[in-house]
Design a protein around this ligand. Structure first.
Ligand SMILES: NC(=O)C1=CN([C@@H]2O[C@H](COP(=O)(O)OP(=O)(O)OC[C@H]3O[C@@H](n4cnc5c(N)ncnc54)[C@H](OP(=O)(O)O)[C@@H]3O)[C@@H](O)[C@H]2O)C=CC1
Ligand SMILES: O=C(O)[C@@H]1CCC=N1
Length: 260
């Protein structure tokens, strides 16, 4: 059975570990604090957890690096001597490019297979959109292993690294944008007299309905046209959104979040 080491069992790493329950892997996670160690023990059956990154990585066939960016270089330095030749390294760290990873891991010395993997926080519920950018030496079979892992927790897309900034802004940061829209819609509805919890529930269900229409093959503007009765109330709202810079604000948000 292949061993997968997940370094940093937090929001991302913990969710990846949970998604692997029942898969044909021996899963060993690491965390810093006893609180996380105890929680993972309790919540994810069959997953091993240790405070030692070196113990986790020794003999691992696949390593998932899921620590915060500011400690990632130190953690890589710690585990690098025990990474076995030919290992698959999947880095979730948003700020590290393939060039950074190759440099930090001295990968050419041991023929590692490195990929950047960027999920979003819906991974906890198995609803992540996850982008995989493989290094140039990653073969189709190895790529399929990564796709298999991340299709367990949502939908995985293989992309070129040059698109990672845009994809991450759209889907990883995008979760926050959509939630802010839902929050704003709820606040507006509360001003109109609805209860906050009811308003939030209805806004979320409405977003789900809009997404379902798109999933059914509709074009956004075609569906918008179906809602906007001539001289009706929707067009007044849409025009008020645009008068306040809605489309431009969303475009500017993506530009601001996109790491070049
Ligand atoms: N949040 C997001 O939307 C996204 C995040 N990412 C990337 O995912 C990575 C992880 O983020 P996230 O899961 O949110 O972070 P968390 O803080 O939730 O998780 C980090 C984990 O690392 C553990 N940890 C801390 N120090 C060490 C160490 N020295 N060795 C091993 N483990 C350690 C922590 O342990 P303990 O719990 O005990 O403190 C914690 O479990 C980041 O690099 C981020 O860029 C990528 C895409 C989206
Ligand atoms: O805000 C961040 O930097 C991380 C990366 C993508 C989502 N969260």
């Amino acid at each position: 059975m292949k061993k997968i080491a997940i370094i940093g069992a937090g929001n991302m790493g913990g969710a990846i570990a949970a998604s692997l329950v029942g898969a044909d892997f021996r899963v060993v996670c690491t965390a810093k604090t006893k609180i996380t160690i105890d929680r993972i023990h309790k919540e994810i059956p069959g997953v091993e957890i240790t405070q030692s990154n070196v113990v986790a990585v020794s003999d691992a066939d696949i390593i998932v690096l899921a620590v915060k960016p500011y400690i990632s270089a130190g953690v890589i330095e710690e585990i690098n001597p025990v990474i076995k030749p030919g290992a698959i390294v999947l880095s979730v760290v948003a700020t590290l490019s393939l060039a950074d990873l190759n440099c930090l891991l001295h990968s050419s010395e041991r023929e590692m297979k490195i990929m950047r993997v960027i999920p979003n926080t819906a991974i906890r519920l198995g609803k992540s959109v996850t982008f995989i950018a493989p290094d140039s030496n990653v073969d189709a079979d190895t790529l399929a292993v990564a796709e298999g892992i991340f299709n367990r927790s949502g939908k995985a897309f293989v992309i070129e690294e040059k698109s990672m900034g845009a994809c991450m802004a759209l889907a990883s940061c995008g979760i926050a944008y959509f939630l802010r829209f839902i929050r704003a819609a709820a606040e507006g509805s509360v001003e109109l007299g609805l209860r906050p919890t009811f308003a939030t529930q209805i806004a979320a269900l409405t977003a789900e309905g809009a997404a379902a229409l798109l999933a059914d093959g509709a074009h956004p503007e075609a569906e918008i046209d179906k809602v906007t009765t001539p001289g009706g109330i929707t067009i007044k709202g849409l025009n008020a959104l645009e008068a306040n810079g809605f489309t431009n604000a969303v475009i500017e948000a993506l530009r601001a979040s996109c790491v070049k």
